[in-house]
Design a protein around this ligand. Sequence first.
Ligand code: C5J
Length: 223
Amino acid sequence: MTDPLTIVARPFAYQLPPGQAALVIIDMQRDFIEPGGFGASLGNDVSRLEAAVGPTRVLLDAWRARGWPVVHTRECHLADLSDLPPAKRDRGSPALRIGDPGPMGRLLVRGEPGSQIVPSLAPVSGEVVIDKPGKGAFYATPLQGELQRLGVTHLVFAGVTTEVCVQTTMREANDRGYECLIVEEATASYFPEFKAQAIAMIVAQGGIVGWAAGLDAVMESLR
Ligand code: C5J
């Protein structure tokens, strides 16, 4: 077995076993990142999320160059909305609700233009794509089976938003025994203070959920 790579991280160094660490890119969809989508319908400044796209592409290129596993998730619902509970749909006073028609098709509905991953991060053949109805990517999806099939033990996270779907999925993954790292520049929130606090929560108490590292530190150890 190849020796693990050591990544300078918080709260202490992260050991990445080559080939057994999947890059998990959470919900980098037009509906969250572009004007006219679900994120914008909730009154958010969607331009804040754009900053995570370039760093995520750097990670994606690195994983692809090594032939390591890549997982993309998309938060979206069935066209008949049978997987959308009122507890999720009836929140706030948005301009549009999930399932309503918007400029990029029906909001957060599977197969609509808005539910697609932004073009620069679009999945390629062989990569795992998980459509998820919830915030956590393990809930009501085949993710656990896919990771077992690939022999993955470690998960490196990118995506949006840090404190909602990224953090929820990291917590689910930690409970299932995965060693999780979040890459700071490759994640973003509509609320910068929530991003900082979510990462602080992840690494607190000796890494109670996982580790955090800067993009340079990850790339340095991959070199
Ligand atoms: C949200 C997500 N924020 N992908 N979804 O509703 O974080």
